[in-house]
Ligand binder design. Sequence first.
Ligand code: CUA
Length: 189
Amino acid sequence: MATTPTSTDHDGSRVAERAELRWALLVIGIVALLVGMMVYMSLHWATMPPSRVETIDPTTLHLAGEFVEDNLGTAAEPDGSVTVRVVGNQYSFTPQCLLVPTDTPVKFRGTSADVVHGFNIAKTNVNVMLVPGYIATFKTKFKEPADLVMPCHEFCGVGHAAMWAHVKVIDKAEFFKQAINGRRLSCVK
Ligand code: CUA
């Protein structure tokens, strides 16, 4: 004998269908909100994906290679940009004061000599982790002269809260006058 759906079955399936649709719309709404947040953050704050992977031996940073003390600080490049090299260790940055020009492409190259540190320049989009064994890179530009703070923002031990440095943004012409002999610049006094 063929079964025909009773009117109660029919109502029941309609109610279930409506509930499913409501939940589906809610989920679509949440996904749309999250994607919207990602788009907003990436456009408004110029959030960048992690840089490509470059490795380095953290135990010999001070002995040879790119991150020896003489090579830290800001270097003027032949193409008119600058490269800033910085090392984080418990509990300070070297150099303690970074000097950068306005209106110039700036590339940061940083690493850590011991544990994970944070490299974050307040009021800018510069925000990366300094991980021992890896070179972190970040490209940016500074519009106006400024004195900025650069706190370590990854917990790195008992001295974490005291670990911070300064960034001084100075006029482009003034910077390149100082950079003329090719030495590494910083604002450490
Ligand atoms: Cu270094 Cu926190």
